[in-house]
Write a protein that binds this ligand. Structure first.
Ligand code: FAD
Length: 564
């Protein structure tokens, strides 16, 4: 219960005054039809991408008021959390993908899918330029343009190579199904080569050295999967190769899984040590050649080169060139990632929304918003709040911005008090707005924007679809209930992320789970939780059945080592 804050909120809503610092225009103004010019004509919504964000939008859109065109180089959705399982054959590639046409076939809106990639966005003429990617199988590349009234960017991101020489040419990535299949084939190639009688000892050691670069969740999960494959199955199938096997995990930072609780990081590091996976922290890759990988050791500054058979590069994400080019056109040149406001509208551009990994909500604006909330709660207008009011305000900020709460949890700060004491030096009864700002800027500088995860992307897709659905109800019921008649920025609440926790599979049927409220579970029980959560999250009953049968097959018959 937060009476002060609710009063504030009601007052500001009625008076139209601003809790928020964004533009006053309604976030979804004029979505359905443009009454002045195109009476009766449906709005053309173009969705770029069929990943987590795009698919979630398409699944949740229930309004028949739109003509939807979908453009993506893949005519399917991929359940990315199971990609590491595809690399070792635990799960088949086909089991984790669902054709996009299946997903949209019973939707009430008109929808067309075009298998192509968008290579240019023209926000002035409201056009996207696309080209088909069928040149390898059919005659030539087809180019075309698609006009839009509303554009939804859900193109995800590319792998960040940090321009490290040789990575593009020699390393494997793990972003798509094709990557997983290529990686699997390369690993089996190495086993086959190491089993040939004519190959030298030195060469066998080289090809059987598998290197994973990046100690984030994907890198760690892949290293664990690889270890399971090697010890559970390949050791029996390739007895002569197994003695040469070495798995190395390279991480430039101080520890692996740095976005997880310390208990998980420690457990994972110790488990990998016991399993014989060589975890090297403070080791930054500076070059990859066709046979060697070179690292710079942070402590000594020494450059070390080691021969390898397969390298997986998994060090985070970067903006796609087409999105970067678009950013240059809309005055976001200096930004690293495309910025949106809290309604997912691209800043500096009309009628364009961006979801998932290809964009980020502008945190500076969020911070200004938080400061505005503080000012509103400051009834005395003295720039101070007493501790009780302050705590209420912080409670609401955490509710509204879970990233602030996450930051506090991660740093073991149960409230802002501790943070303020740090900034302030002593425990004053009154909180000065300047000190509050200082504390916020500390949070701001350390708080990362929302993590690039499927959870965020899917929630954003759902949020936007619900706003579009609601807009239809508002326009069709101008005299309807009050909630449809509200106007301006209060008609739609901003996007709020709900964090349901995260998993880090560690191999040997053990997983680490970090759930909301700082609840940590590690081991076999968390692995069963992982199985249940991912089975339930799969996009269709077909894929659910296939994945569960793949898991059962693995338990009964083990993994398959064929190269297909
Ligand atoms: P994507 O899902 O990457 O989709 C992008 C879409 O855009 C694709 O359909 C692509 O084909 C299309 N596209 C690309 N270029 C163009 C173009 N030029 N024009 C048109 N379309 C284009 N997150 C979790 O929350 N939990 C996990 O356990 C987890 N595990 C992961 C494991 C792996 C191996 C990987 C790679 C990621 C994992 N993630 C996980 C992260 C998660 O997959 C991403 O955050 C999520 O996919 C982002 O969704 P998105 O829709 O923004 O992008």
């Amino acid at each position: 219960e937060h009476p002060t804050f609710f009063k504030l909120l009601i007052v500001s809503t009625v008076s139209g005054g601003g809790l928020l610092t964004f533009s006053d225009a309604s976030p979804f103004q004029g979505l359905i039809t443009d009454s002045s010019q195109n009476e009766g004509k449906k709005k053309k919504v173009v969705v770029l991408g069929t990943g987590w964000a795009g698919t979630s939008f398409l699944k949740n859109l229930k309004s028949s008021s739109y003509d939807v065109q979908v453009v993506s180089p893949n005519n399917f959705f991929t359940f990315t959390p199971l990609l590491p399982s595809v690399t070792n054959g635990t799960v088949e590639a086909r089991s984790i993908v669902e054709p996009i046409r299946n997903i949209v076939k019973k939707k009430p809106y008109n929808v067309e899918f075009k298998e192509a990639e968008c290579y240019k966005i023209d926000p002035v003429n409201k056009k996207v330029y696309c080209r088909s990617n069928q040149s390898s199988t059919l005659d030539g590349i087809e180019e075309f343009t698609v006009d839009y009234d509303v554009l939804i960017l859900a193109m995800g991101a590319r792998v960040n190579t940090f321009n490290t020489p040789g990575v593009e040419e020699h390393a494997h990535f793990l972003k798509e199904v094709g990557d997983a299949l290529r990686l699997r084939k390369s690993i089996i190639d190495c086993y086959e080569r190491a089993s040939l009688p004519s190959v030298s000892e030195e060469e066998k050691k080289r090809v059987m050295h598998f290197v994973v670069v990046g100690g984030g969740p994907t890198g760690v999960e892949y290293a664990a999967e690889l270890h399971d494959l090697a010890f559970d199955d390949m050791a029996k199938l390739y007895p002569s190769a197994k003695d040469y096997l070495k798995i190395t995990l390279l991480e430039a930072g101080d520890h692996i899984l740095n976005m997880f609780d310390k208990r998980i990081t420690t457990f994972a590091t110790e488990k990998f040590q016991r399993d014989g996976i060589d975890v090297k922290t403070g080791s930054m890759v500076v070059k990859v050649s066709d046979k060697d990988i070179s690292t710079k050791e942070r402590k000594t500054g020494e450059i070390v080169s080691v021969p390898y058979g397969v390298v997986l590069w998994s060090t985070g994400i970067a903006t796609r060139p087409v999105v970067r080019d678009f950013m240059n056109h809309i005055d976001q040149v200096k930004r690293r990632v495309l910025a949106t406001d809290e309604w997912l509208r691209v800043e500096g551009c009309e009628d364009v929304y961006a979801l998932g990994d290809c964009a980020t909500i502008n945190q500076r604006k969020v911070m200004e918003d938080i400061a505005a909330i503080f000012r509103k709660a400051d009834k005395t207008n003295t720039g101070t709040l007493d501790l009780k009011d302050f705590k209420e305000v912080v409670g609401h900020i955490c509710e509204r911005y879970p990233q602030v709460e996450l930051y506090l949890q991660k740093n073991k700060l149960k409230s802002f008090d501790a943070l303020l004491k740090n900034a302030q030096g002593d425990d004053k009864k009154q909180i000065d707005i300047e000190i509050f700002k200082k504390a916020l800027s500390e949070v701001d500088s350390q708080m990362k924007s929302l993590p690039p995860t499927a959870q965020v992307a899917a929630q954003q897709g759902e949020y936007l679809a619900k706003c579009f659905n609601r807009k239809e109800l508002c326009e069709k019921n101008p005299e309807g209930p009050l909630r449809f008649r509200a106007s301006g920025r209060h008609q739609f609440h901003p996007f709020r992320y709900r964090h349901f926790g995260q998993f880090a599979p560690l191999g040997g049927e053990q997983t680490a789970a970090q759930l909301p409220g700082d609840w940590v579970s590690i081991g076999h029980s968390a692995q069963w939780l992982w199985y249940s959560v991912y089975a339930s999250k799969l996009v269709s009953w077909r894929t659910r059945m296939l994945v569960i049968s793949d898991w059962s097959r693995k338990f009964i018959f083990g993994r398959d080592s064929s190269k297909i």
